[in-house]
Every structure is written in structure tokens, then in C-alpha cells.
Design a protein around this ligand. Structure first.
Ligand code: PXG
Length: 296
């Protein structure tokens, strides 16, 4: 179709409706692969180098040899954005184990598949939710443990998050929060979580099995720069209920306040001063060319 967005697959560009991979691709058959969700703001790809570093770390952890250097991968991302004339957009970078047979042995997959999808911005939550906060529930679905399919790796195994999201959907709340198997707070389904108590900011450590989010890392640095006490430590579900403020961070979600958890109102039910201050500074910096890579 004319005017369609183009998708990069293994060095070639295909119109969106024709962008396809084999049914024998182990990314589909087994969720065997890795990905990144990245975002461009006004011509700058926010923290592109950090996302590429994380992609290559994920690949290392699952022993997948990406057939492109980091610079070639960066070029593929920027070329795809340019071809699609996108200055603001969402970028999905996927590397799968590649085409194999119906057995799960990755040795049968000689060549990884590399995909770059770019789209105009996706809206995860409405403007009202971004401004006034979302509702959430603590899910019965525990985060995958660190000694198994840990979310420290940004792999294509997302059933753990999807099950929690389904639970949130059928309960009628916006998002789900996963605990680790000990019962400590871990993260949202595609967001990291923070709480504020007496002006001090706390977020769970990655050892709960959470993804080391790029937005999480950036928010922690920003919080310290603004003079807040910022610590990583285990948080109990009860500590969330009685927090002054709770917010999520993520590439699509950015910084979003949580106003209710399992029907308990958080603070006074409105976005708190710390969340608002961080959001304001965050929104300035995401558009700063110094914080990312310019689309040529
Ligand atoms: N935890 C998990 C499990 C995630 O998948 C985050 C935290 C936040 O990380 P970043 O690096 O984005 O700050 C993620 C993000 C999206 C999207 O549209 C994001 C993710 C997965 C699917 C969609 O933002 N991962």
C-alpha cells in the first residue's frame, strides 16, 4: 500500500502490511529473542545508546550473537526513523534467535532475525490518567524469579506480564503490580515502580527480578540531582498502601502517578509534589538533544 510505514527486517525495508517473518522463527515458536522499546522526541532518540547497550547485554545473557555491530544497529534504527519521516515516535527493536526447526534447540537457528519497527507515538494512558493518576492492583502473578526467566533480561518472554495485565483488565483497574516470590514489590507489567515517603524516594532493587529500566535509571539520577534522597531497597505491599506518593516509570508510560492500589487511596489520591516535580523536569530533558541521539 502506498504511504505505508516501512519496517526494517534483516537489512531490507518492507511496507508494514508485508513485513513478515517465518512461522519457524524461534522468536514466535518459543519467545526466544530479545527486544527494546525506545522513543524519539522532537527529532532526538532519547537514550538510544543506553537502549542499545541493554539490547547487547540481553543478547549476551541468552548467548545470541547479534549479526550487526552496535554502530550498524544504531544506523538501522536512525535509517528506519528517517525513511518513515518520524521525529516523534516509538521504536521497537527485536532480535530473535531466527529460523530453526520445530525443536527448541537454538543450535538449529543459524541466523538471528533483526527487526526495527517505528510508529508514531503510542498512547499507553489517556491525558486524564497522566495528569490525575492511574489505578493499580497487586497481582497474584508473581514476577518470574531471578533464577529462571528473569526480567533482568528484556526477552521476548512476556507471558508473566501479560497474565498480570489480564488480571488488571478483568478487575477494571489500569495496571498491575507484580511482587517477587518472597512477596516484595517488584515492578509493573512494563514499568518500574517508585514510592515517596516523607520526601524520600524508594525503588525496589533489580534483585527482585525487575527490568533495569532506562527511565528508572534516568529518574533515579534526576531525583539525586534535584536533591532528593533516593534509595534502592525492598518494599512491602503495605508500604505501597501507606506511601505518600507512588509512580511508575517506563519508555511509553514516562512518569505516571498511581492514585489507587487495591482500592487503597495513595496519599490524598492526587499526584504528589515529588511526582509532579520529577515529571516536569523529565519532560524537559526527554526533548534535550544532549540526552539522546539526533535523527540525521
Ligand atoms: N519493566 C518491564 C518489565 C518492562 O518491560 C520497564 C520496566 C520500563 O523500562 P524502560 O527501559 O522502558 O524504562 C519495561 C519496559 C512500552 C513497553 O511500550 C515497554 C516495555 C515492554 C513493552 C512495551 O513502553 N518494557
Amino acid at each position: 500500500m502506498k504511504g505505508e510505514l516501512l519496517v526494517y527486517i534483516d537489512g531490507n525495508f518492507h511496507p508494514k502490511s508485508e513485513a513478515k517473518v517465518s512461522v519457524y522463527d524461534h522468536g514466535l515458536l518459543y519467545g526466544d529473542g530479545i527486544f527494546e522499546g525506545i522513543r524519539a522526541y522532537e527529532g532526538t532518540v532519547f537514550k538510544l545508546d543506553e537502549h542499545l547497550d541493554r539490547l547487547y547485554r540481553s543478547a549476551h545473557a541468552i548467548m545470541l550473537q547479534i549479526p550487526l555491530t552496535k554502530d550498524e544497529m544504531k544506523k538501522a534504527v536512525l535509517d528506519t526513523l528517517k525513511k518513515n519521516n518520524l521525529k516523534n515516535g516509538y521504536i521497537r527493536l527485536v532480535v530473535t534467535r531466527g529460523v530453526g526447526d520445530l525443536g527448541l534447540d537454538p543450535r538449529k537457528c543459524p541466523k538471528p532475525t533483526v527487526i526495527v519497527i517505528t510508529e508514531p507515538l503510542i498512547q499507553l494512558h489517556s491525558k486524564d490518567r497522566k495528569k490525575n493518576g492511574i489505578t493499580a492492583m497487586i497481582s497474584w502473578v508473581k514476577r518470574d524469579p531471578v533464577d529462571a526467566t528473569t526480567h533482568e533480561i528484556k526477552s521476548l518472554n512476556y507471558l508473566n506480564s501479560i497474565l498480570a495485565k489480564i488480571e488488571a483488565n478483568i478487575t477494571g483497574v489500569d495496571e498491575a503490580i507484580c511482587l517477587d516470590k518472597r512477596g516484595f514489590v517488584c515492578e509493573g507489567v512494563a514499568e518500574n515502580i517508585f514510592k515517596v515517603e516523607n520526601g524520600r524516594i524508594v525503588t525496589p532493587p533489580i534483585s527482585t527480578g525487575a527490568l533495569p529500566g532506562i527511565t528508572r535509571g534516568f529518574t533515579m539520577k534526576l531525583a539525586k540531582k534535584l536533591g532528593y534522597s533516593m534509595v534502592e531497597r525492598n518494599i512491602t505491599p503495605n508500604e505501597l498502601f501507606i506511601a505518600d506518593e507512588v509512580f511508575f516509570t517506563g519508555t511509553a508510560a514516562e512518569i505516571i502517578p498511581v492514585r489507587e492500589i487495591n482500592n487503597r487511596v495513595i496519599g490524598n489520591g492526587k499526584p504528589g509534589p515529588v511526582t509532579q516535580r520529577l515529571t516536569k523536569e523529565f519532560n524537559k530533558l526527554t526533548r534535550d538533544p544532549k540526552e539522546g541521539t539526533l535523527i540525521p
